[in-house]
Design a protein. Structure first.
Lengths: 210, 545
């Protein structure tokens, strides 16, 4: 039903991303800029799908070291310990703090994964030109954009601990390489979500590269 | 912007301005995943390259071990971590899978040893206190072999000496282990220089093999002539100079110990071979004793019972220990149809020669034989003697008995039979026997009959004596009584005569007074004559006064 609505692109109109001014597109619509503010005009985010794919693949790749490599090295009087995200969750769960374990698990493992899988699904759906349930897919995209930064929770925790717990001989905490990888994963998924143009969800396949 | 009614007038909307192309290549965004791949790939390669070998170590128990936490440390540096702990198939032990670091790759050789470091107190030492806080870890000692290995059996007790410790191992053998145990200290001049590292019964069960480790640089003091002895407890000797107590250290009293020393004069010998085997003596004295090079075995047949003679009993010449009893046997002489009890005696003639200050050269066997023959000719005999009257312990003395019946050593027998002389104890017995025989021959019955007769006549004499006394009582007593009465009367008369108021007394007193007066007159006369001697002629002069 909503697919039947007239779109701006069908009318040759385009909204400026910079000032919000409406411009008419003449010709093929390439290499144009806003008459008012001079910002480049695009009917759709340029190379949206390619960019999203690029960021998403990078995120997938870095997700592996983020989970395999140690997140945090704890050195104390009682010996040294190396924790990955998952071992931390397991440790919290075993030590009885199952609610904290759940929070960490959701924020650090479920959310990034869900985000990446969702984006993949959206991208594939756009590329294959699926037309069903655009509404749900748009809602999914909004949720993605919203929860994105929350995944940084783990990184923040590690950073705060590293800054606080530096008691020389007694206890020290050092960040592991996984923190960087994990931060990169979260950032890349956010970039991917930003690069994605939800308007593509409402268009049939042939219009993609307009 | 919308003019009039109806739909929007699209022509009013300003058209976009065309601009020269400034767009970036869409391919640039693909740099991001490429970088990610590079980073991921680098991490993966790094991890794979850093990943060391994996090995399994079996232990009796997993006490203190924790998968994913327990470290493997060498010189307190982490070289690996326990990844997994499972029970063995027969449930008799546990198998810990350990992931080593890259640098530990060449640690995993055939003779590498693993053990669990826990807090423990043994052998007077407390170790692994740090593990009380940090939890147990697996220690290892890198072997020297070049054969790779991936399955190890962990030691239950940490090795006392690890491969990186400078020093040397020596093998000792003993008849029994005494107080020696793994971890027992090794002393050199009362200094703790090493440890017993292994200790096991021989395969045939006839002895004990002890492996000791002497720390460098003290291992240089062990040479081919070094003597080891069991230095456990207290060595107490009582001799003419008093009581001497010798011990290596308090530790050795409690836990035992092994000491070694090289006899004086042989310190310059080259260091001992690595596979040299030393004997553990029971005491320092035994260890430092000169070894007996020459040994002669003789058999001796004694006429007296051998009760109290034991294998190892001393054989003495003039009170000096020259040998010992090796064996006490039994032989049936079929020709004489008589049993014999040969006592095999080992004699070390070198001990006597060693006592000679100028030193005697070792004789040739023939010389030695001739010398012994000559001595036997002069009366050299073996004799059983009592060492202690209390315990009845016997020893064999070899002494000269010039009066002994001539005898010779029977060299044809093996061992040669050495002539013997009945011992002092036997002589004493013979004397007693003689005395008892004489006693036996005495006419005791006749003596007793005579004695009885004598007693009877004595009885008669006594009876007649009694009668005499009675007669005396009857006849003599009254006369005596009368005599006594007369005597008393006479005494009374005398007493009366002598009383102060008796007439005799009175007369006597008067007479005495007269006598006194007469003497006074005489004095006056003599005085007068003294003054006037002429008066004798002229008469008394009248006084002028």
């Amino acid at each position: 039903m909503s697919n039947s609505a007239v779109t701006a692109s069908q009318l040759g109109l385009c909204l400026c991303h910079g000032c919000g001014g409406l411009s008419r597109l003449d010709g093929d619509g390439n290499d144009l800029c806003c008459r008012r503010c001079g910002a480049a005009l695009h009917l759709r985010k340029p190379d949206s799908i390619a960019r999203t794919w690029a960021f998403l693949i990078a995120a997938y790749i870095l997700y592996v070291p983020a989970n395999v490599l140690p997140m945090m090295r704890t050195g104390s009087l009682f010996g040294a310990q190396v924790d990955t995200i998952m071992s931390g969750v397991v440790y919290l769960w075993h030590s009885g703090s199952w609610h904290i374990a759940l929070v960490v698990f959701i924020a650090s493992i479920v959310v990034p994964l869900a985000k990446m899988f969702s984006l993949t699904y959206l991208l594939i759906s756009v590329q294959l030109g699926w037309t069903h349930r655009p509404m749900e897919r748009t809602r999914l995209y909004r949720i993605l954009e919203f929860v994105g930064p929350w995944s940084m929770l783990d990184v923040y925790v590690v950073m705060i601990l590293v800054a606080l717990v530096q008691l020389k001989g007694l206890a020290t905490i050092q960040p592991g390489l996984a923190v960087a990888a994990f931060g990169a994963v979260v950032a890349l998924t956010m970039f991917a979500a930003m690069a994605f143009d939800p308007r593509l969800l409402w268009e049939p396949k042939k219009d993609h590269h307009v | 912007m919308f003019e009039g009614s109806g739909g929007p007038d699209l022509t009013d909307i300003p058209s976009a301005v065309a601009q020269p192309k400034r767009r970036s290549s869409p391919q640039l965004v693909w740099l991001v995943p490429i970088v990610a791949v590079l980073i991921g790939g680098w991490l993966a390669v790094k991890t794979i390259l850093e990943k060391g070998p994996t090995a399994t170590i079996s232990f009796k128990t997993a006490e203190g071990l924790e998968a994913g936490k327990t470290k493997v440390k060498y010189k307190n540096v982490d070289v690996g971590e326990v990844r997994k702990i499972v029970l063995s198939e027969d449930h008799s032990e546990i198998i810990a899978t350990v992931e080593f670091e890259k640098q530990a790759e060449n640690f995993l050789v055939d003779d590498t040893r693993f053990w669990v470091v826990r807090a423990r107190a043994a052998g007077g030492q407390i170790s692994g206190l740090g593990t009380l806080f940090s939890g147990a870890f697996i220690g290892l000692d890198i072997g020297h072999s070049s054969t790779k290995r991936n399955e190890f059996t962990g030691l239950e007790i940490p090795p006392i000496v690890t491969g990186d410790q400078p020093g040397r191992h020596f093998i000792l053998r003993a008849d029994d282990s005494g107080s020696v145990d793994v971890g027992t200290a090794l002393f050199f001049r009362h200094t703790h220089v090493g440890t017993v590292v292994a200790h096991e019964l021989d395969q045939d069960g006839k002895g004990v093999t002890v492996k000791v480790f002497v720390n460098a640089p003290h291992d240089q003091y062990v040479n081919a002539n070094t003597r080891f002895w069991d230095a456990s407890g207290i060595d107490m000797t009582l001799d003419a100079s008093g009581v001497k107590v010798d011990t290596q250290s308090i530790l050795s009293i409690l836990l035992g110990g092994v000491a070694f020393e090289t006899p004086v004069g042989t310190e310059a010998l080259p260091e001992a071979d690595p596979d040299a085997v030393f004997h553990i003596y029971s005491s320092r004295a035994a260890a430092m004793k000169q070894p007996d090079r020459e040994m002669r075995v003789f058999a001796m047949y004694f006429s007296e019972p051998l009760r109290g003679l034991t294998v190892g009993a001393p054989v003495e010449v003039n009170g000096l220990l020259v040998g010992e009893v090796k064996n006490i046997g039994f032989k049936y002489d079929a020709r004489l149809q008589k049993p014999g009890f040969p006592v095999d005696v080992a004699v070390y003639p070198g001990r006597l020669r060693a006592l000679s200050p100028e030193g005697m050269p070792d004789p040739t066997p023939a010389e030695s034989k001739a010398r012994i023959d000559a001595l036997v000719e002069q009366g050299l005999r073996g004799q059983l003697k009592t060492g202690s009257l209390l315990t009845g312990q016997l020893y064999i003395a070899i002494d000269f008995f010039p009066s002994a019946a001539p005898a010779k050593i029977d060299w044809t027998k093996n061992p040669p039979v050495f002539p013997t002389q009945p011992g002092t104890m036997v002589e004493l017995q013979a004397t007693f026997m003689n005395i008892s025989k004489k006693l036996e021959n005495m006419p005791i019955e006749q003596i007793s009959a005579d004695l009885r007769q004598a007693l009877q006549s004595l009885n008669r004499t006594l009876v007649s004596a009694d009668q005499a006394v009675k007669r005396m009582d009857k006849d003599v007593a009254p006369a005596a009584k009368a005599t006594l009465e007369d005597a008393r009367r006479m005494l009374n008369t005398t007493e009366r005569m002598l009383a102060s108021d008796a007439p005799l007394q009175q007369d006597l007193r008067t007479s005495l007074r007269d006598l006194s007066r007469a003497s006074q007159s005489l004095r006056e006369l003599t005085d007068l004559l003294d003054r006037q001697p002429e008066s004798l002629i002229r008469g008394k002069k009248e006084s002028k006064r």
